[in-house]
Design a protein around this ligand. Structure first.
Ligand code: BES
Ligand code: ZN
Ligand code: ZN
Length: 503
C-alpha cells in the first residue's frame, strides 16, 4: 500500500522528488504549465509536442529534471476527453490514476505530489474525487508476491502519495474513506490470489471471524456436522468429496436503528472448483482458486462497512466449501435436499455454486426476512463468455433493486450489465426425478440465466438481485489499476457504494 498524505501547499512548493499532473486531451499550455516549465524544464512545451503527448487517455509523459533541490521527475498523465456521461469521465480518470502509479513505480520515486484536477470536470465534490483518487491509487499499488523469494522480481509500489488541494477537510475525509475501502478490496484480492491449499474453507472462515471480532460484528459459524444436521444438503453435498470441512459463516452489522432496512449479501465461497466428478479439463481448472471471489467480496465489504457505518442493517452469509472428486463425492444422478425442503437432481457436479447458494439463500430468507438479497458468485462460464471481463452480469425481476445496484456500479467503477431474466427461461431447469435440475437443458442454452432461475427457487418473494462475476473477478486486461492474472476484488466497491447510498 502507498502512504497517503494531504497538502495545501502549491505544487511548486512541494518537496517531493516527483510532481504529477493530470491533463485533459488537447490541453492548452496554461499559465500553470508555463510556470512548471519555467521552474523545471524550460523546453517542456516542445518536448510534449515532440513526444506527441496530447493528454489522450492512456498517454503518459515522464520527464527527468535536474538542478532542482528536491524534484527529480515530472509525470504528466492524460485523462482523455470529458464525456457527456460523468461516470465515463470518472472511469477514465481512474485509469489515469492507475497509469500514474505504474509510471511512478517504474522510476522508483519516494514521494509523488499530485494536484487533484478540478472537480467541475467530474460533477462530484472534492471529498468524492479525493476518495476516488486515493482508492484507485491503492488498488493500483496492490501486488501479490507472498511466494516470490526474490523480492526484486517485483518492485511493489510503496511511495508516499501527497494529494494536493485547497479543501483540507474534504481531502482528509476522502482519504479516510478511501483507505477503508481500499484495504478491504485489497484484502479480498489477497485471499483470491492466495493458493487454494492456503485459503481453505476453515481458513477463510477464520479470516471472517477475526474481522468480526476486531470490528464488533455479530458472528455465527456452522461446521460440516452442523450443516448436515441442519438439512443444508446442497452445501453438504458439494463438500462430500473434500477432506476439509465446509463452513457456513454469517456476519451481521447492526446500524442501531430497528426500523432501518436489512440487506442480505450472499457470496459463493468455493475455495477450489475442480468440477467434482464432472471434472474440469486441466485448462479450465487452472484459475479455480478464484471461485471464492463472491464470499471474499462479501466478507471484505463487512470489514469496510463496520468502519463506515451506513444507515442500513447488513447480513453477510457465505457458504464455503471445496468441490473435489473422491470415493465419497456426490455423483451425477444424485438428488440433494436443500434447507428450504426443495430437491434438485445433480446432473453435473461442476454446477456446484448454485447448490451451496441455494442453502445460504434459504437460510437468509427464513432467519432474517431481509428487505433485499443480493448474491454474488463466480457462477457460470456462460456469463464470462457473454459479457467478458468488464461488466458483471445482473439478473433480477425487481427493477427498483436492480436499478440501485446498477447505479452503484456506475458510481463505484464495478460496472454491471443486466441479462434478460424472463420466465421464458424457467422451464430449462425442469427435472423428471426432483423439483429442479442443477443444469439447464441444452435447448435453452443461456447458462448464466438458467443458473439464475435455479437460485430463484430459494428467495421466496424477497426482492433479489443475482450478480455473476465469473468474468470480472480476476485477470481483467488493460485497466492500469488492476494487474494481469490477478484478482480485482469486484463487488467490494460496489457494495460499499450501494449500502452507503441506500435511502
Ligand atoms: N466456477 C465455475 C464458473 C466459472 C467459470 C467461474 C469460469 C470463473 C471462470 C462454475 O462452478 C462452473 O463450473 N459452472 C459451469 C456450469 C455448467 C456445468 C452448467 C460452467 O459455467 O461451465
Ligand atoms: Zn463448477
Ligand atoms: Zn464454481
Amino acid at each position: 500500500m502507498l502512504t497517503i498524505t494531504t497538502s495545501k501547499k502549491a505544487m511548486l512548493e512541494q518537496s517531493a522528488d516527483c510532481l504529477a499532473f493530470f491533463v485533459e486531451k488537447d490541453f492548452s499550455f496554461s499559465k500553470e504549465l508555463q510556470s512548471v516549465a519555467h521552474a523545471f524544464f524550460p523546453d517542456l512545451k516542445s518536448l510534449m509536442e515532440e513526444r506527441e503527448f496530447t493528454g489522450d487517455a492512456k498517454s503518459v509523459l515522464v520527464v527527468p529534471v535536474s538542478g532542482n533541490k528536491h524534484v527529480k521527475s515530472l509525470i504528466f498523465v492524460g485523462m482523455g476527453k470529458k464525456d457527456a456521461d460523468k461516470y465515463k469521465t470518472l472511469e477514465f480518470y481512474r485509469r489515469a490514476v492507475g497509469t500514474l502509479v505504474r509510471s511512478a513505480d517504474r522510476i522508483h520515486v519516494k514521494q509523488v505530489a499530485v494536484e487533484l484536477p478540478g472537480v467541475k470536470r467530474f460533477g462530484i465534490d472534492a471529498q468524492e474525487l479525493t476518495k476516488e483518487t486515493v482508492l484507485t491509487a491503492q488498488l493500483a499499488a496492490y501486488y501479490f508476491d507472498d511466494f516470490h523469494t526474490d523480492k526484486k522480481q517485483h518492485h511493489p509500489a510503496c511511495f508516499e502519495l501527497i494529494v494536493v488541494g485547497d479543501d483540507t477537510k474534504a481531502l482528509n475525509a476522502g482519504v479516510k474513506e478511501a483507505e477503508i475501502i481500499a484495504q478491504a478490496t485489497n484484502m479480498a484480492r489477497h485471499w483470491i490470489d492466495s493458493p487454494p491449499s492456503v485459503v481453505t474453507p476453515p481458513h477463510l472462515a477464520d479470516e471472517a471471524k477475526k474481522i468480526a471480532k476486531k470490528y464488533d460484528l455479530t458472528f455465527t459459524i456452522f461446521n460440516e456436522k452442523q450443516i448436515v444436521e441442519m438439512g443444508m444438503g446442497g452445501l453438504a453435498g458439494v463438500s462430500r468429496g473434500s477432506d476439509r470441512d465446509c463452513q457456513f459463516v454469517i456476519m451481521e452489522y447492526d446500524c442501531g436503528k430497528k426500523t432501518a432496512p436489512t440487506i442480505a449479501l450472499v457470496g459463493k465461497g468455493i475455495t477450489f472448483d475442480s468440477g467434482g466428478l464432472s471434472i474440469k479439463p486441466a485448462q479450465n481448472m487452472e484459475t479455480m482458486k478464484e471461485d471464492m471471489s463472491g464470499a471474499a467480496a462479501v466478507i471484505a465489504t463487512m470489514q469496510a462497512i463496520a468502519q463506515l457505518k451506513p444507515k442500513v442493517n447488513v447480513v453477510a452469509l457465505t457458504p464455503i466449501s471445496e468441490n473435489l472428486p473422491s470415493g465419497k463425492a456426490t455423483m451425477p444422478g444424485d438428488i440433494l435436499r436443500f434447507y428450504n425442503g426443495k430437491t434438485a437432481e445433480v446432473k453435473n457436479t461442476d454446477a456446484e455454486g448454485r447448490l451451496i447458494l441455494a442453502d445460504a439463500l434459504s437460510y437468509a430468507v427464513k432467519h432474517y426476512k431481509p428487505d433485499a438479497i443480493i448474491d454474488i458468485a463466480t457462477l457460470t462460464g456462460s456469463c464470462a463468455h457473454a459479457l467478458g471481463p468488464f461488466y458483471t452480469g445482473l439478473m433480477s425481476q425487481h427493477p427498483d433493486l436492480a436499478k440501485r445496484v446498477e447505479q452503484a456500479g456506475e458510481r463505484s467503477g464495478d460496472r454491471i450489465w443486466p441479462l434478460p431474466f424472463s420466465d421464458d427461461y424457467k422451464p430449462a431447469i425442469k427435472s423428471t426425478v426432483a423439483d429442479i435440475c442443477n443444469i439447464g437443458s441444452s435447448t435453452y442454452r443461456a447458462g448464466a440465466i438458467t443458473a439464475g432461475f435455479f437460485l430463484q427457487n430459494f428467495v421466496d418473494d424477497v426482492p433479489w438481485v443475482h450478480l455473476d462475476i465469473a468474468g470480472t473477478a480476476s485477470d481483467v486486461p488493460d485497466l492500469p489499476y488492476y494487474r494481469p492474472a490477478s484478482a480485482t476484488g469486484v463487488g467490494v466497491r460496489l457494495f460499499v457504494d450501494l449500502l452507503m447510498n441506500w435511502k
